[in-house]
Design a protein around this ligand. Structure first.
Ligand code: ADP
Ligand code: MG
Length: 226
């Protein structure tokens, strides 16, 4: 479903963030992306979001070449994707309910549908009792679960997570990982950038390792996946 074909991304004249990357991710897969800071992980996420375009190569998602995609098509393409960041990125002046509902309002979902979907999603992430709370009244783990609910409310096929547990303590990190695992079991393709060797070791999923723009390991290829 996601194909990177000979992808390179150079920022400015000579910052080679990603070099000649070839990668296939199947529908329904759960993939970790690891690597030191600056190795190109967020660049991969931004390429998929079409926030940036590759310097060379082609990216295909669901059979559609997104590199050649018309601008007018981008908003609809992005609805296939949910995204979660390390720093949550919630709207500070809106409560939990409105943070999730907002993602539906911007794509023109009916109020009736929003009233159905938002409580369901908040129950799903274990936050139905906190729907009126504001982000600053929530723990980091709770804020991240709101962000996950928001990422899922438009029913994306792919969930992209850039260090989703980077700001969380171990217990909250595991709660978030369990949630991502459940979401994947329900059929969503999940890509998770992480620094946590412990999480990667315990989850036993495909792991891609980036180093200075090169993919230096893929557990699927090297066969050390369980
Ligand atoms: P990671 O997420 O693995 O830390 P990034 O993909 O953010 O790595 O960055 C890869 C490389 O590209 C780094 O050297 C970083 O400094 C550089 N880089 C990232 N974004 C930009 C940008 N907008 N302009 C210039 N250089 C950038
Ligand atoms: Mg990054």
């Amino acid at each position: 479903m996601i194909v990177f074909e000979n992808i390179s991304k150079t920022y400015g004249k000579n910052v080679k963030a990603v070099r000649n990357l070839n990668l296939h991710i199947e529908k329904g897969e759960f993939v970790f992306v690891m690597g030191d800071s600056g190795s190109g992980k967020s660049t991969l996420i931004r390429l998929l979001l079409k926030e940036i375009d590759p310097t060379s190569g082609e990216i295909t998602v669901d059979g559609e070449n997104i590199t050649a995609m018309k601008r007018s098509r981008i908003p609809r393409y992005r609805r296939k994707l949910g995204v979660v960041f390390q720093d949550f990125r919630l709207l500070r002046d809106r409560n939990v309910y409105e943070n999730v509902a907002f993602a539906q309002r911007v794509v023109g979902t009916s109020s009736r549908q929003i009233r159905q979907d938002v409580p369901k999603l908040l129950t799903r992430v274990g936050l139905s009792a906190k729907y009126k709370a504001f982000p600053n009244e929530l723990s980091g783990g709770e804020q991240q679960r709101v962000a996950i609910a928001r990422a899922l409310v438009n029913r994306p096929d792919i969930l992209l997570c850039d260090e989703p547990t980077g700001n969380l303590d171990a217990r909250n990190a595991w709660e978030v990982m369990r949630l991502l695992e459940e979401i994947n079991e329900e059929g969503t393709t999940v890509v998770v950038v992480t620094h946590s060797q412990e999480i990667v070791d315990q989850m036993n999923r495909r792991v891609i390792i980036m180093n200075r723009g090169d993919m230096i390991d893929d557990s699927l290829e090297s066969g050390d996946e369980a």
